[in-house]
Design a protein around this ligand. Structure first.
Ligand code: MTE
Length: 324
């Protein structure tokens, strides 16, 4: 995320690192190794294997749900796991991959509470067994102007919501991430008011696209991508998809979310991907695909709701400039 420091009015240096220069050269090399169809290239496989050896990832079985597979090229695993926003592990994109090893993801408990008839504390295995795991390939668009295409593993959050039986007072769902200084070095920095909190309106949370996510690329989530459980909301800017969730709370009033509290004029509660509504400090009309578009590539057009037009009905009658 881009943050405007109160004192100096600047964008963090980490955000302006010209990664694209590196990418331009990498893209050229990759094209040598990739087939025209853009399947798993030799370099991707080699890079991923090297990463796998150092990180011993664990496989996670899932059935592909073809209704939720975008046709874009998948972002190389290496890029998706080394270019991260996870401020609890540092504000530089490369930091989470280096520092998130300290996160202990088992045992892990998620507390489901608030306006529900059946509040429950679930360990990870019980949570994962609530519905069959599916693989879905989603586009994820970050508010900063870059995007990725990732094969996630999880199930629609609606499966869980139905089981805990929300009361008639439940109008919103709030997600809270772990904030533990002993495991998360970034939490010592007051860049955000910890813990990281995000939220959805109830009908958004019930939408089948809203994915409670446990894995990616056929494996459990790497820590830097939000292990052991996170949300993925492909029609919203990436910051709505909270990582390393410890609490899901059903509320009658709109949750106070971390980025909205930090910079209300820049990050609204809804934060649907919208090329027509610019961020106060930059355009949202186009984006750069990480791992694919180099610095000199023309940026690609950003699509309304990130291309997930099936969510449009959730917002009919709403002024999306006001409810950004
Ligand atoms: N969740 C927590 N707890 N902390 C964060 O800093 N960053 C958000 C989101 N979820 C963030 C978070 C942002 S800005 C983005 S773009 C996505 O995670 C990035 O997810 P990825 O690293 O898996 O691509």
């Amino acid at each position: 995320m881009l943050i405007q420091r109160k004192s100096d009015n600047i964008i963090l240096p980490s955000e302006i690192t010209p990664r694209e220069f590196v990418d331009a050269r990498r893209q050229f090399l990759k094209q040598l190794a990739m087939g025209a169809a853009g399947g798993t290239g030799l370099l991707e496989m080699a890079g991923r294997q090297a990463f796998a050896q150092s990180d011993s990832p664990r496989k996670l079985a899932a059935t592909t749900n073809s209704s939720y597979v975008v046709m874009d090229n998948r972002t190389p695993y290496k890029d998706a796991t080394t270019y991260n926003n996870f401020y609890e592990f540092g504000t530089d994109k490369s930091e989470p991959a280096k520092t998130a090893g300290s996160l202990k993801t088992r045992p892990w408990t998620v507390s489901i509470e608030g306006e529900v008839s059946k509040p429950v504390k679930l360990d990870l295995d019980s949570l994962m067994k609530m519905a069959p795991l599916e693989e879905r390939i989603y586009r994820l668009r970050c508010v900063e102007g870059w995007s990725m295409v990732i094969p996630w593993i999880g199930f629609s959050l609606s499966n869980l919501i139905k089981k805990v039986e929300p009361t008639s007072n439940a109008k919103y769902v709030e997600f809270t991430s772990l904030a533990d200084r002993s495991q998360m070095p970034g939490v010592r920095d007051d860049v955000l008011n910890w813990p990281y909190v995000e939220g959805l309106r109830m009908d958004e949370a019930m939408h089948p696209l809203a994915l409670l996510t446990f894995g990616m690329y056929g494996e459990v989530l790497p820590n830097q991508n939000g292990a052991p459980v996170r949300m993925v909301l492909p029609w919203k800017y990436g910051f709505k998809s909270a990582k390393s969730i410890v609490r899901i709370r059903f509320t009658s009033s709109q949750p106070k979310t971390a980025w909205n509290l930090a910079a209300p004029h820049e990050y609204g509660f809804y934060s649907n991907v919208n090329p027509d509504v610019d961020h106060p400090r930059w355009s949202q009309a186009s984006e750069r695909r990480i791992g694919e578009d180099g610095y000199f590539t023309k940026k690609r057009k950003t699509l309304m709701f990130n291309g997930y037009s099936e969510v449009a009905g959730l917002y009919s009658g709403m002024d999306l400039r006001k409810y950004y």
